[in-house]
Design a protein around this ligand. Structure first.
Ligand SMILES: Cc1cc2nc3c(=O)[nH]c(=O)nc-3n(C[C@H](O)[C@H](O)[C@H](O)COP(=O)(O)OP(=O)(O)OC[C@H]3O[C@@H](n4cnc5c(N)ncnc54)[C@H](O)[C@@H]3O)c2cc1C
Length: 287
């Protein structure tokens, strides 16, 4: 556990405070990963900088062309947002799969990304939604496509003291789904999960994004599969062929939760189901 916890109230206060603190410091958001790791003896950090008081990180905003989600928004906050429900069908579908209601009250979307678990549900869904991540260091901002943030399991391109402040998701007319295979129907880390977003023109797929969790060292974009889907008629034949293709893009491992072959097979099953589900609904739009 840390020796000191500090709690700035604004971003300005945060940037002023950081140089006065010992170098071994970490941000604390909802604490669902950090406190768990510290309790298990895996976090030897001296100072936690509690960012849960930063109001600048806590809103879901809508512009003409995009939805901007503050990094400090909790998963429960996403769940109750009409803007998220209206524009982000894949993220909306992922939320009930995320842990338990009590955990969703604490866990933030920024923490889900910074923790960089290959199983991260909100991150996987946001990748399929084509999100960009916005980072800030002492007032200097940069942005990158969300999948580019991840370098390996628990490893990101976030620099020392850099803060994830928000995620910007373009408004695009799509439907989609998030299917997660875990040890139980709900509440558990996935063996495999598929996030699918499709833009439909009648029964033709105008564009598609496919992201997968727990089947590669990082949340994975199935680029070849998405390319294959683009321009095709959404039906059983396309879904079956995409299911075969996606299995060639993943690189799962065998661990305590599942084995590699089963995970690979399930990626195909989940994607086929997600595609057929979108075809049946035929929504063609997120709202
Ligand atoms: C019982 C249990 C069940 C879980 N189930 C799921 C699940 O089903 N799906 C899932 O995806 N996850 C699950 N998790 C993992 C966890 O809840 C999520 O990863 C959560 O989103 C982390 O957010 P947090 O706000 O709690 O992060 P914290 O624990 O506060 O922080 C995590 C890490 O991110 C850093 N950090 C946090 N915010 C920022 C920021 N804005 N900028 C830069 N760095 C930052 C911290 O320094 C720390 O290193 C589960 C965890 C537990 C304990």
């Amino acid at each position: 556990m840390p020796k000191l916890i500090v709690r700035p109230r604004t971003l300005k206060e945060l940037w002023k405070l950081l140089p006065t603190l010992p170098a071994a410091r970490k941000y604390l958001a909802g604490g669902t990963d950090l406190v768990t790791a510290a309790n298990a003896g895996f976090d030897a950090c001296g100072v936690w900088v509690d960012i849960s008081g930063l109001k600048e990180l806590q809103s879901v905003k809508e512009t003409k062309t995009s939805v901007i989600i503050g990094a400090g928004v909790t998963i429960a906050g996403l769940e109750t947002s009409p803007v998220i429900r209206r524009w982000l069908p894949v993220l909306t579908a992922a939320i009930p799969h995320f842990a338990s209601p009590s955990l969703r009250n604490m866990a933030t979307v920024g923490g889900n990304a910074a923790n960089a678990s290959p199983c991260a549900d909100a991150v996987c869904a946001l990748c399929a939604e084509r999100a960009e991540v916005i980072l800030e260091l002492k007032g200097k901002k940069r942005r990158l496509p969300l999948p580019a943030l991840f370098k390996g399991p628990k490893l990101t391109g976030v620099k020392k003291d850099e803060l994830i402040t928000a995620f910007e998701v373009p408004k695009w007319t799509h439907t989609g789904d998030y299917l997660k295979l875990g040890p139980r129907a709900y509440f558990g880390i996935s063996k495999a999960a598929v996030a699918l977003a499709v833009e439909l023109e009648g029964d033709k797929i105008k564009s598609a994004s496919v992201a997968l969790a727990s089947v590669a060292p990082v949340p994975l974009m199935a680029i070849k599969t998405a390319g294959y889907l683009t321009g095709r008629i959404l039906g059983p034949e396309t879904a079956r062929a995409a299911a075969v293709l996606v299995k060639t893009e993943v690189s799962p491992i065998t661990d305590v939760r599942s084995d590699a072959d089963y995970r690979r097979e399930m990626c195909g099953v989940l994607l086929e189901r997600a595609l057929l589900g979108c075809g049946v609904q035929g929504l063609g739009a997120s709202g």
